[in-house]
Design a protein around this ligand. Structure first.
Ligand code: G6P
Ligand code: ZN
Length: 542
């Protein structure tokens, strides 16, 4: 029986860069998650007989919201729900499942790389039938609906058993608990040359993978240790935990420091990699060498043809605006288009659907391709492995050869976290106010060639997104980018992106910090972060 629960709107149910993210205690309020899920179902395109995919990264509160969402889906006329066993589906696996089974969409329950636990973060993201994050028109409509919502529908039914595979009924709805790993692992086996990699593993190719106590543990164990034959123990922290073991499941040099230390130490394996809370990000470290996400995108694109899934070549390469321009040079060499989109994977969806791009990437440790409509951490790791196996080269060799062909984009991102909104806005306002006057001015040895606020018109659907970050570009191709994060749950985070281009005949073996020093002081001059916020150093440098 369908029960109508009356409710009133909550303020602030506005999806950010990647879905609605709030503290668990906010989501746990009566009606909070229910309102949002109902708002999604009220606006989502879902023809009669639709299938909905539900899965999450296993963080605290995941199971509770899954049970709520199933009862609301049953009352809203879905025919079928596919849910990952244990409530688990990595974000790329969810994207694949939506596509493979023709679902009308999916709910992905995750706050990505944010910490988990009763006092930490939770999130709900809606993905559409192409498997990708809902575009802005849809997220805006969901938000508008949350502001007027006055009821949510549910049926009275007990919780389903999330830990046993198979079908059950919840009212008229069929719920199927699926193996979260199998479909995804099969897809990877088609894209990559597992036989070749297995052969090289038997011949001594080694790696370490840090799953950060998050969702990729079961995927990595099955694929790396199971199908590819890496020895047990290759996957570290492989048990998904509700609080990620108290750690921050963000695969960067700060939070994956143990892996970094392994890779810089004696006896390091050939490849070190990590993924985040929900499995869509990746960190790549070779023996003694960290590969920035921007460089990784460029190097993967340049070598992708070595993997069977990409042997036919790439249709185009897309990157988010703050991502370094390294990939653009590869696109140019390959004679294919290079696209520059705002931050947020959702902006790649139209390009991938229209066949305008094959590989996409972001500085925020996201890389992926048209095999799904999300970025995909393990995919990036497997493509690196395929390239190492096919070339017999080390990560360092691949990087050095790449730079001596295309030049090198030295790159760093400085994050100032938990800033109050007023000073954060003051920093942005100050830079925005200078944009018109900056071109032609010199700061130290640097001369500004142009400065603007990035706006984007989607080349496929014509939708326009303004104010997507402030750019200051210098003569020679170096640049500073400033934007506010769209994924935090408290206060504001200022991101300063710093990039310096050295041509192929320039200094390719410099130390990143030293190579960026004059740009950092130019940023200080232009943005005044220290003066306005009182923060003299970033919280995180990636
Ligand atoms: C999420 C999105 C990415 C985006 C990243 C950075 O991970 O999926 O596409 O690049 O957030 O967002 P932020 O707004 O915090 O810089
Ligand atoms: Zn993520």
């Amino acid at each position: 029986m369908i029960v109508t629960h009356s409710t009133t709107p909550f303020e602030g149910q506005k999806p950010g860069t990647s879905g609605l993210r709030k503290k668990v205690r906010v989501f746990a309020q009566p009606n909070y998650a229910e309102n949002f899920v109902q708002a999604v179902f009220d606006v989502a395109e879902r023809p009669d007989g639709s299938t909905l995919v539900i899965g999450g990264d296993g963080r605290y509160h995941n199971r509770t919201v899954i049970q709520q969402a199933i009862r609301i889906a049953a009352a809203n006329g879905y025919a079928r729900v596919l849910v990952g066993k244990g409530g688990i589906l990595s974000t790329p696996a969810a994207s694949h499942v939506i596509r493979k089974y023709g679902a009308s969409g999916g709910l992905i329950l995750s706050a990505s790389h944010n910490p988990g636990g009763p006092d930490e973060d939770f999130g709900i993201k809606y993905n559409i039938a192409n498997g990708g994050p809902a575009p802005e028109a849809v997220t805006e409509a969901i938000y508008a609906r949350t502001q007027t919502i006055d009821r949510w529908l549910s049926i009275e039914a007990p919780d389903i058993d999330l830990d046993s595979l198979g079908e059950s009924r919840v009212g008229e709805l069929t719920v199927e608990v699926i193996d979260p790993v199998a479909d995804y692992a099969d897809l990877m086996g088609i894209l990559f040359d597992f036989d070749l990699i297995r052969e090289k593993v038997a011949g001594g190719l080694t790696m370490a993978f840090d799953a950060m106590h998050a969702v990729t543990g079961p995927y990595a164990r099955e694929i790396l240790e199971g199908r590819l034959g890496f020895p047990a123990g290759t996957v570290r922290n492989g048990e998904p935990l509700e609080d990620f073991g108290g750690y921050h499941p963000d695969p960067n040099l700060v939070h994956a420091k143990a892996l970094y230390d392994t890779m810089m130490g004696e006896g390091a394996p050939d490849l070190g990699a990590a993924s985040d809370g929900d499995g869509d990000r990746n960190l790549i470290i070779g023996r003694g060498i960290f590969v920035t996400p921007s460089d990784s995108l460029a190097m993967l694109a340049a070598n992708a043809h070595l993997a069977p899934g990409y042997a036919g070549g790439l249709k185009g390469i897309a990157r988010s605006m703050p991502t370094s321009a390294a990939a653009d040079r590869v696109a140019e060499a390959l004679g294919i288009p290079a696209w520059e989109t705002p931050t947020g994977w959702k902006f790649f969806g139209t390009l991938l659907d229209a066949g305008k791009a094959t590989i996409c990437g972001e500085e925020s440790a996201g890389t992926g391709s048209d095999h799904v409509r999300e970025k995909d951490g393990l995919w990036a790791v497997l493509l690196w492995l395929n390239i190492l196996a096919a070339t017999g080269k080390s990560v360092r060799q691949i990087a050095q050869e790449h730079w001596s062909r295309f030049g090198r984009n030295y790159y760093a991102r400085h994050d100032y976290e938990g800033i109050e909104t007023a000073p954060a806005k003051a920093v942005m306002d100050r830079v925005e106010g200078k944009l018109d006057n900056l071109p032609g001015t010199a700061i130290g040895d640097l001369v500004v060639s142009n400065a603007d606020s990035f706006g984007y018109t989607d080349p496929v659907d014509g939708s326009v997104s303004r104010n997507q970050g402030l750019r200051v570009v210098f003569e020679g191709g170096s640049r500073l980018v400033l934007r506010l994060s769209g994924t935090g749950t408290e206060g504001a985070t200022i991101r300063l992106y710093i990039e310096r281009y050295e041509p192929a005949d320039g200094r390719l073996d410099g130390d990143t910090t030293a190579m960026l020093a004059d740009l950092v002081s130019a940023a200080d001059d232009i943005a005044g972060i220290a003066a306005i916020t009182g923060r003299t150093a970033p919280d995180v440098i990636t």
